[in-house]
Write a protein that binds this ligand. Structure first.
Ligand SMILES: Nc1nc2c(ncn2[C@@H]2O[C@H](COP(=O)(O)OP(=O)(O)O)[C@@H](O)[C@H]2O)c(=O)[nH]1
Ligand SMILES: [Mg+2]
Length: 291
């Protein structure tokens, strides 16, 4: 199971623009056979320099990045909790998500004449969450970790307020336009995508960490885990056999592996720590399960 982030916001805030830009990063579905094939769900590779650096040392045939899912959730309007617009349908789409990105319109267009008011838009969204939670007597929606994405225009209007924390100011139109340009053109125009930063911000706000596995020279892979998980939970991510028949695991921080130059050398230098099932996995651990 991968972690998922719902993209919510009022109509025309830029949700689908963001979704389209993010899913350009879509990875081959074959590696993730359990991913649902749904046009509103996109599987996105989590950018990680560490994976690249480990692969430079290990030289595997295949590098597989861990993923995070984004869901384009349409239909949030004022009164959705009472059934306005797509009403309850949209709220049920948010429920299974681990967190949400609130896309807030902070750009002007000729065809959108209403006043732009990011703070008011946030209030409407949060109020819909709150009303729904109160109605159902739980706190499912208001308790979701969130990121505020202020969809700004290049010549940012200072009256539109500053971004909220945790959040980012991104020009989604630029992000979408960048998709049609070559790498060289993007560089020439001095553009810089902030999508990687957004993906990592989601990772942080959801309290996720990454660990790595090396399968000989076959495959080097990154995996996502909740912060504070023990090694059995990490093992279960990789293979049920690894958790059910777990005996111990060899663990080394990714940087030490790079410094050693190879797994073999790291072992000879005594850098690979043998751990039992109580071990709490640390962000950046490279793990070899022994069964
Ligand atoms: N000027 C400008 N227009 C945008 C921006 N983001 C989205 N739009 C436009 O706003 C409209 C709605 O965008 P869309 O992503 O479909 O919004 P959604 O309803 O939230 O899914 C489209 O016509 C987009 O081209 C932006 O950053 N700047
Ligand atoms: Mg849309």
């Amino acid at each position: 199971m991968s972690f998922s982030v719902g993209i919510v916001g009022l109509p025309n805030s830029g949700k689908s623009t963001l979704f389209k830009a993010l899913t350009k990063k879509q990875v081959a579905i074959a590696d993730y056979p359990f991913t649902t094939i749904d046009p509103n769900v996109g599987t996105v590779a989590v950018p990680d320099e560490r994976l690249k650096k480990i692969a430079e040392v290990v030289k595997p045939e295949k590098i597989t990045p861990t993923i995070i899912e984004f869901v384009d959730i349409a239909g949030l309007v004022k009164g959705a909790h009472k059934g306005e617009g797509m009403g309850n349908q949209f709220l049920s789409h948010i429920r299974p998500c681990d967190g949400v990105i609130e896309v807030i319109r902070a750009f002007k267009t000729a065809n959108i004449r209403e006043e732009i008011n990011p703070e008011k838009d946030i209030e409407i969204i949060e109020n819909e969450f709150l009303m729904k939670d109160q109605e159902l007597g739980d706190n499912v929606l208001t308790a979701k970790p969130r990121i505020y994405l202020f969809n700004i225009q290049s010549d940012r209007d200072p009256d539109l307020g500053t971004c909220r924390d945790p959040g980012l100011c991104i020009n989604l139109k630029d992000e979408a336009d960048m998709l049609d340009l070559s790498k060289e053109e993007v560089k020439e125009l001095g553009l810089r995508s902030q999508l990687d930063q957004l993906i990592l911000a989601c990772y942080n706000v959801l309290g996720l960490i990454t660990f790595f596995t090396i399968r000989g020279e076959k495959e080097t892979r990154s995996w996502t885990l909740k912060n504070d998980s023990d090694i059995l939970e990490a093992a279960a991510k990789v293979h049920t056999d690894f958790s059910e028949k777990f005996i111990k695991a060899g663990v080394i921080p990714w940087k030490e592996l790079i410094e050693a130059g190879s797994w073999k050398e790291a072992r000879e230098m005594g850098k690979i720590k043998l751990v039992g099932k109580e071990y709490i996995v640390q962000d950046g651990d490279v793990i070899e399960f022994k069964i």
